[in-house]
Design a protein around this ligand. Structure first.
Ligand code: SF4
Length: 242
């Protein structure tokens, strides 16, 4: 979608799928939905159909046209593993990522059961390269912890968590096998509060287990005011690639 991105942990976004549907509490204030619905009914606009899910084959080869290496967030406006996305299309996306191997791809999903199933079958060919990072979203214990287990049960070379928006303490979460953890609070109208204690707990676990840690933001209604300092510094670590 965009050769540049304002998201702190990526360089660009690529959306061969548009639209999604809500699945868990982390989706409550979905930015993608708010953005997409603003353009529903606008003739010719990429989001003319609002947040209704559709695949966009014309976008498939977009990263291959970007010659400068980038970190690319795959489907910032959707979820690649949504049940309405056909297996064959997901395989097409993975084939482009394998071909465009001068980039690094960040694939993030809340549909972790399907991720686990496909990475262990039709997508196995795209799991061993460290330029494709496979990740799951974690917002609370009930929905997030099973997703971590699903991710761990895959052969992905690089596994990451986007713990955003963090809605409660994750307690005794195991981060075994995880390479990269992003933590952040919710931003915008009605943003739910992020407690520092919850962030410190995750950071401490990352330090003990030697996992790269990225603190994205405190969030809040006016996120720029709250910034992204933790312990008086920024945390911008990226996965250590083998
Ligand atoms: S899974 Fe992601 S894109 Fe889909 S509704 Fe939830 S937050 Fe939005």
């Amino acid at each position: 979608m965009a050769e540049r991105s304002n998201i702190e942990w990526t360089d660009a976004t690529w959306n061969p799928v548009r639209g999604c549907s809500k699945i868990s509490p982390g989706c409550k204030h979905c930015y993608a939905q708010t953005f997409a619905e603003r353009f529903r009914g606008v003739p010719g606009h990429p989001y003319e159909q609002g947040f209704d899910l559709r695949v966009v084959p014309a976008k498939l080869e977009e990263p291959l046209k970007w010659k400068t290496p980038k970190k690319i967030f795959v489907n910032s406006m959707s979820d690649l593993f949504h049940p309405q996305v056909p297996d064959d299309f997901i395989v097409d996306v993975a084939n482009v990522m394998m071909k465009g191997n001068w980039h690094q791809y960040q694939v993030l999903t809340k549909r972790s059961e399907r991720l686990r199933g496909l990475l262990n079958s039709k997508l196995r060919f795209a799991t061993t390269s460290s330029h494709i990072w496979w990740g799951v979203s974690v917002e609370d214990k009930k929905h997030g912890l099973p997703r971590i287990k699903d991710l761990r049960d895959t052969p992905a070379a690089i596994k990451f968590l986007s713990i955003e928006p963090l809605l409660e303490s994750l307690g005794e979460v195991s981060l075994l096998g995880i390479d990269w953890v992003i933590v952040g609070g919710e931003s915008g109208w009605g943003a739910r509060k992020l407690e520092e204690e919850w962030v410190q707990e995750v950071l401490a676990k990352c330090r003990v287990q030697n996992i790269s840690f990225f603190f994205k933001q405190w969030g809040g209604t006016r996120k720029k005011l709250n910034g992204r300092l933790l312990n008086g510094r920024t945390y911008d670590e990226l996965p250590v690639l083998q």
